[in-house]
Unconditional design. Structure first.
Length: 572
């Protein structure tokens, strides 16, 4: 045979031809992205529940300025508050999002596995070790305000390990999306959820190294005695670069992608302007990241000389509005079925929009100062709303975290047939969505009003503020309790379904237009029997004149599988 001869046509071997054994060593060393994704999700849900409880306790402690009931002094309160904040972000929300991406991305792009699958397994177990050490550092009087220098060093090191593990997983996600897409799937054809995880991963790969660099500086300062013990409370500000607007909108990037796919499926009307959705999601990644870091705003100086920060806070509203407006067409023209997944996605987007609009209040002072100094217009600057350095930003963070929690509940309900082969409980899901949304709004409202009433941003050694601060803090604490209810509900719902014996009611799947619905529920090892070929962003409804004429969510699972397979074959 010469080198120019055509290779004989042979039938490709099946991809999904093996099922990994269900043993402990198989779990630890698994290269199956579905097992790895479930591990991320399970660990994140447990720690999310713990984080909400800790944050709730700190919230109630702040509702009584006359003394401390749960802790001995302001330093211990600062430690409690810091642990809740760090664990919420790095132990709960981020790992769950990474887990959802790890599970869904290969299925949505028609890939049999993740790129660097063994590395993905290493990332999740590295994260678990790092989180364990991080919690231990707080328990042993370390943490950012701890009294034991060695364990303050452990806090900085373990948080750096956690950040590295998340970066590791995000690198693999981004690489998979770039290099493992099936034939015919260009980047503008990937589902909105996959695209959102791509932007989310790129953001993390740009932002987390800056956090790690700050932690290296903390390590050197504390380890070699350059930072006095009494000054260590300020180390809680290390995570501010990821916890304040507009960077906190990073968490909202997957919220928008999930909303587009879920609402399109549950209205039987996929979003028509697919590329516009992708562009809006990408825009949020740009406004949330560039304004914060390219304007050197990590110190949170809010004057108009830092105009990129102000513009970024304002501009971040536009992509959120854009995606909500585009999915609104599906809601208007489609067949509404009030499922937890649909309601959760819509409410998550609305709470995220509320947070982004409210954050504009913090820009009043720098804009007024700029106008007063550079134009003939004058202001009574004593009456300008000054919110930087107050709990106002904690309220914005609470609303964004709650919006992300609602989106997670929606995603788990939507993709539960793929994750575990059965649906989650709808009553528990609706309770979780309502509790997370209401709790997030109350948490945000209380903290925002306390900030307007001059309560200094946490952590502080003395809880002081205006006359109504205690009442506002109580509102925030009640909101945190509702968030705890939501976290417990979704954890019980998801883990109970995952650990249930038997096959339940069968696949019980939704009927979607993207490739994950062309596989079994849950998918076999390798995902697809043959590598699919796609021709559009909606491969399972190619050739249909009406995107709303497909089977409605909840139709017979067997018929849905047959339709999906037929449509997939017709696209080859």
């Amino acid at each position: 045979m010469t080198v120019i001869e055509t290779r004989p046509e042979t039938e490709a071997p099946p991809i999904g031809n093996a099922v990994p054994p269900k043993t402990l060593d198989a779990l630890v060393g698994s290269s199956d992205h579905k097992t790895i994704g479930r591990t991320w999700i399970a660990g994140g849900l447990v720690l999310l529940t713990a984080a909400t409880v800790i944050s709730g306790l700190a919230g109630f402690e702040a509702s009584d300025l006359g003394g401390f009931a749960l802790v001995e002094d302001g330093d211990q309160f600062a430690q409690l508050w810091s642990l809740g904040r760090v664990l919420f972000l790095f132990g709960g929300v981020l790992p769950i999002l990474v887990g959802l991406g790890t599970f869904l991305v290969p299925l949505q792009i028609g890939a049999p596995a993740l790129a660097f699958a063994r590395g993905a397994s290493g990332a999740v177990w590295t994260w678990m070790v790092g989180i364990g050490l991080l919690i231990g550092s707080y328990v042993l009087n370390g943490g950012p305000g701890g009294g034991q220098g060695d364990f303050v060093v452990l806090w900085a090191t373990s948080l750096g390990v956690v950040a590295l593990a998340l970066m590791w997983a995000m690198t693999i996600l981004a690489t998979t999306i770039l290099g493992a897409r099936t034939r015919g799937m260009s980047l503008d054809r990937v589902p909105a959820t996959t695209w959102s995880f791509f932007v989310f991963s790129l953001f993390g790969l740009l932002a987390l190294p800056l956090l790690i660099a700050e932690l290296v500086i903390v390590y050197v300062q504390v380890r070699h005695g350059f930072l006095p013990l009494g000054s260590r409370l300020g180390l809680t500000g290390v995570v501010d670069s990821l916890s304040l607007a507009p960077t906190i909108y990073w968490l909202g990037i997957p919220v928008l992608g999930i909303a587009a796919d879920v609402i399109g499926t549950h209205t039987s009307r996929p979003v028509r302007a697919h590329r516009a959705v992708l562009a809006s999601i990408g825009m949020l990644g740009i406004t949330a990241f560039a304004s914060e870091f390219f304007s050197f705003a990590s110190s949170r100086t809010a004057d108009f000389n830092n105009e990129l920060l102000i513009i970024g806070v304002a501009a971040s509203i536009l992509p959120i509005l854009g995606v909500l407006g585009l999915v609104g067409d599906s809601l208007r023209q489609g067949t509404l079925r009030m499922t937890t997944a649909l309601l959760g996605s819509l409410i998550a987007g609305l709470v995220l929009l509320l947070a982004s609009v409210t954050s504009l209040l913090a820009q009043a002072a720098p804009v007024a100062v700029f106008i007063d100094e550079d134009t003939p217009v004058s202001f009574d600057l004593d009456r300008v709303l000054v919110l930087n350095g107050t709990t106002f930003h904690d309220g914005i963070r609470g609303m964004v975290l709650a919006a992300t929690m609602v989106a997670i509940i929606s995603a788990l309900h939507h993709w539960a047939p793929k994750l575990w082969g059965r649906r989650l409980s709808e009553p528990l899901g609706l309770l979780g969505v309502a509790s997370a949304a209401a709790g997030g709004v109350l948490w945000g409202l209380g903290s925002i009003l306390a900030g307007i009433d001059d309560q200094a941003a946490y952590p502080v050694a003395d809880l002081v503020g205006g006359e109504n601060v205690e009442f506002f803090n109580l509102i925030a604490a009640v909101g945190m309790v509702l968030v705890v209810v939501a976290a417990v509900t979704v954890t019980v719902n998801a883990l109970g379904t995952a650990l249930a014996k038997g096959s339940g009611k069968g696949p019980d799947r939704w009927t979607g237009a993207t490739l994950e619905w062309a596989t079994a529920s849950p998918p076999a090892f390798g995902n697809f029997e043959r590598a699919p070929v796609v021709r559009s962003a909606l491969p399972l409804i190619d050739g249909k004149s009406d995107t709303g004429s497909g089977p409605a969510p909840g139709d017979d699972a067997t018929a849905a599988d047959d339709d999906a397979t037929t449509d997939l074959e017709s696209s080859r």
